[in-house]
Design a protein around this ligand. Structure first.
Ligand code: 13P
Length: 364
């Protein structure tokens, strides 16, 4: 989805980084408790150093509602996280995304109209009352609302297993949106096999499936993916193991099943961090996730060597858009009473999406 971020004035885009940090420090101190800055683990260091709390997307969704006294919640993350924060914060709180172009291409792969078409088409061939929709946090508020009004739940990479187990107690079939890999990896962890899953391609009639597939599959996995995580291959894992026979491999569950199976451990960004922290001094760890987190882990744990599995990995161009200049622009705006880049979800969508988010918070 195109969200146009206005160009910053030269006094921000042209300012030296040290000056920007000085200005952010002054603005943050002046705003005091009225300001709460959240930072997702994929953010740049120049932004993370200002975060009052860091986390994976689950932890951040819990934290969003944890400071009701903060009038401004500045979310250094991406659009879908800021939308969820707006849903989970109080009515008088204002959620801000410092760069409106900070998004997630995977979230954009499931548009509400396509999800509704999928549901209508499925209703023709299966008992839809036995189908439970589950959406990954990386989805729009509209898709979360769809899931909420149809009795499903949101999940993140740190609780997908618990949420899917819950869904399978209340239905026979799951439509998993929008990341086919997280859906497949979690179903495998729960003991399901390839034959239990079919991929739903929203660009094809009946998702490109036969009626029989829809009836028989336990999991209909939306054909969506993260272009960064999908780049990691088993060759990368094999190369790392050749070069570091004593090393360990940890990857994010947005990677393919083959990569996850070749790794020693799989989990959310928070899990990856604790995996590194708990490794013995001197350990060499190959990581399959976004490069800013990998580099930061390497710097913050000098007694270990933390390497990306793919040396050519390109950073996610939307996840790490926010920089010190945008943060300074937002905070100095607030000092003057100008709220920029507020993220709001309309009341009806928010109420339905909240059902799906609360379900996750309750189960997880
Ligand atoms: P985490 O919940 O693991 O932080 O993942 C968020 C994300 O968007 C991964 O690409």
């Amino acid at each position: 989805m195109l969200r146009i971020q206005t160009r910053l004035p030269d006094s921000y885009s042209g300012a030296p980084i040290d000056e920007l940090h000085d200005r952010i420090a002054v603005a943050k101190a002046t705003l005091g408790d009225s300001l709460f800055i959240l930072g997702h683990h994929y953010q740049r260091d120049e932004v993370m150093r200002w975060a009052d709390a860091r986390g994976d997307s689950f932890k951040l969704s819990q934290l969003a509602g944890a400071r009701p006294q903060a009038r401004y919640v500045v979310f250094c993350g991406v659009h879908f996280m800021a939308e969820s924060a707006d849903i989970l914060t109080g009515e008088d709180q204002i959620v801000i995304l410092p760069d409106l172009n900070a998004g997630c291409s995977m979230a954009d792969m499931a548009e509400l109209a396509e999800v509704e078409d999928c549901w209508d088409a499925l209703s023709e061939v299966v008992d839809i009352s036995r189908v439970v929709p589950i959406t990954y946090m990386n989805s729009s508020a509209g898709v979360k609302a769809f899931v909420g009004r149809n009795g499903g739940a949101v999940c993140t990479s740190s609780n997908a297993r618990a949420i899917i187990s819950w869904a399978l107690e209340r239905g026979d079939k799951i439509v998993f949106l929008p990341d086919e890999h997280l859906g497949r990896n979690t179903a495998f962890q729960l003991g399901y096999g390839v034959g239990d899953m079919k991929v739903w391609n929203p660009r094809m009639d009946l998702g490109g499936l036969q009626e029989r597939d829809c009836k028989e599959a336990t999991f209909l996995l939306w054909k969506g993916f993260c272009s960064i995580h999908q780049r990691f291959t088993t060759d990368h894992v094999a190369k790392f193991r050749r070069e570091h026979p004593e090393g360990a491999v940890v990857v994010h569950p947005e990677c393919t099943l083959e990569v996850v199976q070749a790794a020693d451990s799989v989990g959310s960004t928070e899990h990856i961090i604790s995996f590194v922290e708990q490794a013995d001094p001197g350990a060499v760890i190959g990581v399959g996730t976004e490069i800013h987190l990998v580099n930061r882990l390497n710097e913050e744990t000098p007694d270990k060597t933390v390497l990306t599995l793919d040396p050519l990995v390109c950073p996610c161009s939307t996840m790490f858009r926010i920089d010190a200049a945008h943060l300074a622009w937002i905070l100095e705006g607030l000092l003057k009473g100008n709220v920029r880049n507020q993220i709001t979800v309309d009341a009806t969508t928010a109420a339905e999406a909240r059902l799906a988010l609360d379900k996750m918070l309750q189960i997880a």
